[in-house]
Design a binder for this molecule. Structure first.
Ligand SMILES: [Zn+2]
Length: 263
């Protein structure tokens, strides 16, 4: 199957594209002049596109053993397919979630750099690690769907960081990317600062799969891609919309996730 649809990542305001282009040019000129910098803290490093030793030591990669469902790391190996208490008490609508790192300190700097600071160069590095963390999920996916932004937010932000991550993941895997399959039909409040329940209410009914998208996901295993998993409200609402549209199953791949007790 080929790429199903591939809408523009950027929808800049007038002049924003020129400004962004000029900024990118200035950045690449600066890159030539300056020694390579750490992706997270911007201290000098030996090679372009890497982390310094200090940030590396602080980035908490999530490795096995972890909950087969939620991908939450376990302190001890309790056997293949073991589930966390959270996955048993409150089973998510998706099958499996995998994340590269715990969402704290260094991972937060990377996520926020990509999301709020126009540091698009982070996407390739972050997606490279997502391919490693989600290899099994990517291999089994029929189609890859990024979590969408509402049009209004996309307009202001100019790009959707989840699309950038999903695109890099799909290019390497040779899987179809469907960027207009899932729509955010209701503008929601920023999730930052909201409680678990408030986040759930905030995104309930916010996502929909249009008729054209149903053809893409019906009967298929979908891999949903986002930058960060905090309470999971956004990916759960997205998953429910995809399942309603006929997806047989949904897996979730993010760069970072909150691990309870470490928020
Ligand atoms: Zn650093």
């Amino acid at each position: 199957m080929e790429t199903v649809d591939d809408t523009l990542v950027e929808r800049p305001r007038p002049f924003a594209r020129i400004k962004a282009g000029a900024a990118a040019l200035a950045r690449s000129a600066a890159d030539l002049a300056l020694p390579p910098q750490c992706l997270a803290c911007e201290t000098p490093v030996a090679t372009q596109g890497s982390l310094c030793a200090s940030c590396w030591s602080k980035l908490r990669l999530i490795e096995k053993p972890y909950c087969a469902r939620l991908g939450i790391p376990f302190a001890y190996d309790i056997g293949l397919g073991a589930l966390s208490a959270e996955a048993i008490a409150d089973p998510p609508p998706f099958d499996r979630c995998r994340a590269v790192a715990v969402f704290d300190d260094v991972a937060r700097k990377l996520v926020h750099g990509l999301k709020y600071r126009d540091r698009l160069e982070l996407a390739a590095w972050m997606a490279g690690w997502m391919r490693r963390a989600g290899g099994e999920l990517i291999a089994e996916a029929d189609v890859i769907v990024p979590v969408p932004l509402h049009t209004r937010r996309l307009w202001w932000r100019r790009y959707n960081q989840s699309v950038l991550l999903a695109r890099t993941v799909t290019e390497a895997a040779g899987k179809p990317l469907a960027t207009a399959t899932l729509k955010r039909i209701r503008a929601t409040e920023q999730q930052v600062g909201l409680s678990h329940d408030q986040r759930d209410r905030n995104v309930r009914g916010a996502f929909q799969v249009p008729a054209s998208g149903k053809i893409v996901v019906a009967g298929r295993r979908v891999l949903l891609v986002d930058d960060v998993y905090t309470t999971g409200a956004t990916v759960k609402a997205s998953t429910r919309a995809l399942l309603r549209a006929g997806a047989v199953a949904v897996d979730v791949l993010v760069f970072a996730r909150v691990v309870r007790g470490q928020i």
